[in-house]
Design a binder for this molecule. Structure first.
Ligand code: Z5A
Length: 207
């Protein structure tokens, strides 16, 4: 039986990196073997694509090229890391996956749904996460948190409207697959956010 595939999603500064370590520790403590990874990235080659995607110098990168680079990185990530780990029975905990493409390239950039659906089918067929934790918070709060870090990357330079569309697209995804998504109120403090996530893990992981 393949291992569990858990993804964590959300807009800028939602707290994914902060929570992923706690989730991993919690799962390991519960006896799961966990592989933690991220998108775009997760393998040497996919990390190189990540550099291109996030480099703020790449102002000429077209939305379609961005979409395909996201899926190219994902195809490599699946082949080299995600599938092998799942087939070894390990739990894969991934910081962003294809829901981010629906939110950023679909919602944010306005690319056609059919194009995303076609690439999704090509790259991962019927594989979907078993559980997706969506860390949701008002865009302005997330951007305020994220701005405390270093220089903005190519995405972080986008407008408030862009991130509002990203948030709306995430919530629409969650609404369309409530059995897979758990929407977490990420505007709360770190301990309160963790407590919501821990309840979800307790309820869902063991079913
Ligand atoms: N992207 C895409 O367009 N399409 C795709 O298919 C994929 C990705 C897969 C890279 O993602 C970019 O790629 C991303 C979308 C795009 N856009 N951008 N930018 P990333 O995940 O690597 O980078 P990110 O979204 O910028 O993550 P982030 O801003 O680092 O957010 P985070 O990991 O969710 O937040 P954090 O680092 O844990 O927390 C941010 C700050 O807030 C930090 O100082 C924390 O200490 C603080 N924090 C965290 N939680 C709290 C709470 N609860 N209260 C108060 N302060 C908090």
């Amino acid at each position: 039986m393949r291992g569990r595939f858990i993804t964590i999603e959300g807009g800028e500064g939602a707290g994914k990196s902060t929570m992923i370590e706690r989730i991993s520790d919690w799962l390991e403590h519960a006896g799961y073997r966990v592989v933690t990874t991220r998108e775009p990235g997760g393998t040497d080659l996919a990390e190189k694509l990540r550099e291109i995607l996030l480099d703020r110098q790449n102002v000429s990168l077209s939305s379609k090229a961005e979409l395909m680079l996201m899926f190219a990185a994902r195809a490599q990530h699946l082949a080299e890391l995600i599938w092998p780990a799942l087939l070894r029975g390990e739990t894969v905990l991934c910081d962003r996956f294809t829901d981010a493409t629906w939110a950023y390239q679909g919602g944010g950039r306005g690319l056609p749904r059919q194009d995303i659906a076609t690439l999704e089918q090509l790259v991962h067929g019927d594989l979907q996460p078993d559980l997706t934790l969506l860390l949701d918070l008002p865009v302005e709060l997330g951007l305020r948190r994220a701005s405390d870090r270093g220089e903005a990357d190519r995405f972080e330079q986008e407008s408030l409207e862009f991130f509002e569309r990203v948030r709306a697209a995430y919530l629409e995804r969650a609404g369309s697959a409530p059995q897979r998504f758990a929407v977490i109120d990420a505007s709360k403090n770190v301990d309160e956010v963790w407590s919501q996530i821990e309840s979800v893990l307790q309820e869902q992981i063991w079913q």
